[in-house]
Design a protein around this ligand. Structure first.
Ligand SMILES: O=S(=O)(CCO)c1ccc(-c2ccc(C3CCCC3)c([C@@H]3C[C@@H]3c3ccccn3)c2)cc1
Length: 238
C-alpha cells in the first residue's frame, strides 16, 4: 500500500519525542511548579512573539497499571470524554491506520482565554527499551498538530492551538515470590508526559500561566485515576 503523506513526519516527530521524554530533567532550566504524591510537574518559561508556550514535563509513577494500558486509554477516542475535563467536542477526522488517527477537538472556554480548538494526529506505538532490546515494556502516544483540507484553522469561532504532546510509559515488574502468580501489586507504570501548547492567539502571560498551573495537574491526575479505576478488575494488559 502506498504510504500516507503524513507518515514521514509521524515517524520523525515520534522519534524526536521519545528522545525528548528520555532526556529527563538533566539539562536544567526546568522548574518544579506542582507536586502531588508521586506526580511532579516541571515547566520552562518560554515565549514566542509574546505568547507563553511554556514546555511542560511531568513525571509520575502509577502502581497497578501497565504502560500499554495507560497509552491505550489515552489514545483511544471512545474513552476521552470520560477523562478529558476540558473537552467540549471531539471528532476523529481521519483513520490513517489502526495506530494512527487525526482528531479535531473543541475545548471548553477557559476564562479569560477565548475558546480553542486543536487538530492533531495521534500515534500509539511500542518502543524497544534502549538498555534491553528484547524487553517490550515501553509504550508511547504522540499527539502533534497538523493541517487538514476539510478543517482549516477557521478565523471564525475558535482560535486554533498548536501542540505537541508525548505520553511515554514504562512498565516495571517486581516478580512475586517464587511460583506466585503475577498480580497488579507487582506492576508499576513510570510516566513521562511532555507537552508544548502554543495558544495560537494572544492571552495575557500571567493569565495563561495560571491556566497551565491549574489545568495540567488536574488533567494528569484525573486521567491516571481514570485508568487505575478502569483496569483494576481487569486482566493485566501488557
Ligand atoms: O494531552 S492532550 O493531547 C489530551 C487530549 O485532549 C492535550 C492537552 C492539552 C491541550 C490544551 C488545549 C488548549 C489549551 C488552551 C487553554 C487556553 C489557551 C490554551 C491548553 C492549556 C494548557 C492548558 C490545559 C492543560 C490541560 C488541559 C486543558 N488545558 C491545553 C490539548 C490537548
Amino acid at each position: 500500500a502506498t504510504q500516507h503523506h503524513l507518515w514521514p513526519q509521524i515517524e520523525k516527530v515520534t522519534q524526536e519525542q521519545i528522545h525528548y521524554a528520555r532526556l529527563g530533567l538533566g539539562e536544567g532550566g526546568w522548574q518544579l511548579f506542582a507536586e502531588d504524591g508521586e506526580m511532579k510537574m516541571y515547566r520552562r518559561e518560554e515565549e514566542i512573539d509574546g505568547l507563553v508556550v511554556d514546555p511542560l514535563k511531568a513525571c509520575h509513577v502509577v502502581r497497578g497499571v501497565t504502560g500499554h494500558e495507560m497509552c491505550h486509554y489515552f489514545f483511544s477516542p471512545q474513552y476521552r470524554h470520560e477523562w478529558e475535563g476540558t473537552l467540549e467536542q471531539m471528532t476523529v477526522v481521519e483513520n490513517i491506520a489502526e495506530d494512527t488517527l487525526v482528531f479535531l477537538q473543541i475545548h471548553k472556554r477557559i476564562w479569560p482565554a477565548s475558546q480553542r480548538d486543536a487538530l492533531f494526529w495521534s500515534h500509539i506505538t511500542q518502543v524497544p527499551d534502549q538498555h534491553d532490546q528484547d524487553s517490550h515494556n515501553i509504550w508511547v502516544v504522540v499527539n502533534h498538530s497538523t493541517q487538514h483540507p476539510q478543517h482549516p484553522p477557521k478565523t471564525g469561532k475558535y482560535v486554533r492551538v498548536a501542540l505537541t504532546v508525548c505520553l511515554y510509559c514504562q512498565t516495571l515488574v517486581t516478580p512475586p515470590a517464587n511460583g506466585a502468580e503475577l498480580t497488579r501489586e507487582n506492576i508499576t507504570c513510570k510516566i513521562t508526559y511532555c507537552a508544548v501548547v502554543n495558544p495560537g492567539g494572544w492571552v495575557p502571560a500571567s493569565a495563561l500561566r495560571a491556566i497551565y498551573k491549574r489545568e495540567y495537574p488536574k488533567f494528569l491526575k484525573r486521567f491516571t485515576n481514570y485508568v487505575i479505576d478502569q483496569t483494576k478488575n481487569k486482566p493485566i494488559y501488557f
